[in-house]
Design a protein around this ligand. Structure first.
Ligand code: IMP
Ligand code: MG
Length: 166
């Protein structure tokens, strides 16, 4: 059973607010790189508030629960990043390894300024010193689903963020 943690209206309000914070800190134009698949709905809502962006996607996969450093890229963005301002958008900052990997990869492509934005920051121990620049909501250490986040590819379509309860 899925219990509601963050309602659709609350998400909508916070996404608009985040977009304002981002546009103040990161002048247009910039490149948005969305991490698949989890960030796809969040990204769709967020980018509709921006005036001038290029959008691309990236996919990194981590072997969850295993040792550090086992993260690999499975889809590379094609938009040139050299000399650009970039915003990396992810669904949830859990151990932080996937965002850390994406951040280092984008930096290595010669981006001028790289900022990171996550919808959710889970209250767990991190495996990186990276801190996301923009955070939608802090959530307890629950397994959350909905608004793009899945459990075995299910629940991504839910309009709210929920957590699983037996
Ligand atoms: P990381 O541990 O910060 O590298 O998180 C890796 C990825 O695991 C996230 O981008 C999510 O796709 C997924 N993930 C982590 N926690 C949850 C959760 O509670 N629900 C759904 N997916 C999660
Ligand atoms: Mg996932």
């Amino acid at each position: 059973m899925v219990e509601v943690l963050i309602a659709p209206q609350e998400i909508e309000r916070r996404v608009k607010e985040l977009a304002k914070e981002i546009e103040e800190a990161l002048p247009s134009p910039f490149v948005v790189i969305s991490l698949l698949k989890g960030a796809f709905i969040f990204t769709a809502d967020l980018v509709r508030n921006f005036r001038d962006v290029e959008l691309d996607f990236m996919k990194v996969e981590s072997y969850r629960g295993r040792e550090k450093g086992k993260t690999k890229m499975t889809l590379e963005p094609r938009v040139p990043l050299e000399g650009k301002r970039v915003l990396i958008v992810d669904d949830i900052f859990d151990t932080g390894e996937s965002l850390d990997f994406a951040f280092r990869w984008v930096k290595a492509k010669g981006a001028l300024d790289v900022k990171t934005c996550v919808l959710l920051d889970k209250e767990v121990e991190k495996r990186t010193s990276l801190k996301p620049d923009f955070v939608g909501f802090r959530v307890p250490d629950y397994f959350v689903v909905g608004y793009g986040l899945d459990l075995d590819e299910k629940f991504r379509q839910l309009p709210y963020i929920g957590y699983l309860k037996e």
